[in-house]
Design a protein around this ligand. Structure first.
Ligand SMILES: Cc1cc2nc3c(=O)[nH]c(=O)nc-3n(C[C@H](O)[C@H](O)[C@H](O)COP(=O)(O)OP(=O)(O)OC[C@H]3O[C@@H](n4cnc5c(N)ncnc54)[C@H](O)[C@@H]3O)c2cc1C
Length: 478
């Protein structure tokens, strides 16, 4: 592979390497080619691979702090890495040493009465969910990469997922943080307080900073009462009906609506073709499906509320058909279809992907206008638009059933992206709803953000990281 074959002069000074080896011990670092390649390879070829001269694996906050201090002393740049599932080229190193957080996975404290969990940054999301469940509590963040994505990565990308409608994004689930600053100093802000008006709320600086302001070593997360779920698979005849259906169900079920995922018919078809074991819960020619979940303390109440809400919607004609999962296994089957879309889309062939958001009410108009724009550039493109419609967030792809290298869409990808992004912006939307900025969207966003915002971000970066060693070139170009 190119990463291994290209000879590169060692960019790491010998005194730095000697000190690092003493500091971290044998388990704390590697220069094995396989490990370097793995660290520099993004999730399933989401973008081009990078390269890294060394992977460091601190096992404690003290080790992480000493490591960053050492890097600052020698001017060695760092890319913090968790599960390496990010989709915007933020956690893949491009010459920096990789600081992998995967040895920091301790649950430090769980306080059932304060409803808070202190957990280390390298812990996979599923472990946090399980820890909460064992204490009869809920940590609500949930997304397709939850087996690999880590708490530190999720905070750093301010991840969203399928329960944002009710519980908010990662930033909303954060009570406190412990961070190694670019100087190597540690900020211990792990307080589990819900009220603490003592000046700038520093934790929010690091949420969404994508590792550019410091290395997160631990976090205090909000927990919620455990809930029981009721899930429905619904068919709708238009995007307008989907949006009206959400409003209708919320009128009946209020804040108990946890997820409301919009899935087009062609996405279900792609999943079915790719994964023979998954079946469409309600085969029909309707153009849209909705996966709706309601959660309440009592399972029967949740089911009853969902049944009532759906009854009204079917009567009004906002839904054409619906089925409620009989048990957790069936609900899991619904989610398996939803969560398989990204991989099945990849198996289908070429796709030009976007992570946009618009006000929920504008979704139907956006879909219509963007489809027209894309057709004008690439008439053969098949549009697959799915996502968290309750948050106005669509994963919008132009697809072609061809080898990505040969596809006629390939030379048009830049124009398609420009058109989709321009259309989202024209509806008052965002071109990065939940995946972040990384290197992929840095320059485009610099041209879109108000100049005062870019200037303020640059000033914060300079103030905290004057040497520019923390994940340089991501988010802001300083
Ligand atoms: C199949 C799939 C489904 C997904 N679904 C969703 C979804 O529904 N919603 C959503 O929001 N996202 C989704 N994502 C993307 C999501 O952003 C990432 O999965 C996750 O947030 C990144 O976590 P990670 O541990 O893999 O971080 P990485 O990819 O390793 O890193 C991401 C960024 O965080 C930084 N970082 C990592 N750890 C630290 C740390 N300890 N301190 C400081 N900086 C750090 C990195 O430098 C990088 O900039 C999905 C991804 C995949 C592959």
């Amino acid at each position: 592979m190119a990463i291994l074959d290209t000879p590169r002069p060692d960019p790491l000074p010998a005194p730095f390497l000697d000190a690092l080896k003493d500091l971290l011990g044998e388990k704390g670092w590697t220069r094995e080619p396989e490990a370097l390649t793995a660290a520099a390879t993004p999730w399933r070829g989401a973008f081009a691979p990078g390269h890294t001269p060394l992977v460091a694996r601190p096992a404690s906050t003290a080790e992480a702090a000493a490591l960053v201090k050492l890097c600052a002393r020698h001017g060695v740049a760092i890319t913090p890495q968790g599960g390496n599932t990010g989709l915007v080229d933020g956690g893949t190193p491009h010459g920096e040493i990789t600081v992998s957080m995967t040895r920091m996975q301790a649950v430090r404290d769980l306080d059932r009465f304060n409803n808070s969990l202190i957990i280390e940054a390298g812990t996979p999301l599923v472990t946090a969910q399980e820890a909460a469940r064992e204490a009869d509590r809920l940590f609500p963040l949930s997304l397709g990469s939850e087996g690999s994505a880590t708490i530190g990565g999720l905070i750093s990308t301010n991840a969203g997922g399928v329960a944002v409608l009710r519980y908010g994004m990662m930033r909303d689930l954060l009570l406190g943080l412990e961070v190694v600053l670019p100087s190597g100093d540690v900020w211990d802000g792990l307080s589990g307080l819900r009220k603490n008006n003592t000046g700038y709320d520093l934790k929010h600086l690091f949420a969404g900073a994508e590792g550019t302001l410091g290395l997160i070593t631990a976090a205090t997360l909000k927990l919620f009462p455990a809930v029981q779920r009721a899930s429905a698979w619904i068919t709708c005849e238009s995007a307008g009906d989907v949006v009206a259906l959400l409003a209708r169900i919320r009128e009946t079920a209020g804040d108990t609506v946890t997820s409301f995922e919009m899935i087009p018919e062609n996405a279900v078809r792609m999943v079915r073709e790719d994964m023979a074991n998954l079946r469409d819960p309600l085969p029909s020619s309707s153009p849209w499906r909705v996966l709706c979940e309601i959660s309440m303390g009592n399972e029967n109440h949740a089911r009853e509320t969902l049944e009532n809400a759906l009854g009204d919607a079917l009567e009004d004609g906002l839904a054409s058909d619906a089925v409620i999962a009989e048990n957790l296994g069936q609900a899991g089957d619904f989610w398996a279809i939803r969560e398989s879309i990204p991989l099945s889309k990849k198996a289908f062939g070429m796709s030009v992907n976007h992570d946009v958001s618009v006000p929920v009410s504008k979704i139907p108009d956006f879909l219509e206008a963007a489809a027209r724009d894309v057709a004008a550039i690439a008439p053969q493109a098949e549009i697959v638009a799915f996502g968290h419609v309750g948050d106005g967030n669509l994963h919008y792809s132009a697809c072609d059933p061809a080898d990505p290298e040969q596809s006629a869409l390939k030379p048009k990808a830049g124009d398609i992206t420009a058109a989709v992004h321009a259309r989202a912006m024209s509806f008052g939307g965002s071109i990065s709803a939940e995946h972040g900025v990384g290197r992929l969207k840095r320059d485009e966003l610099a041209g879109i953000r108000p100049p005062a915002a870019t200037e303020a971000m640059g000033a914060i970066k300079q103030a905290l990281d004057p040497l520019g060693i923390m994940n340089p070139g991501r988010v802001v170009n300083v």
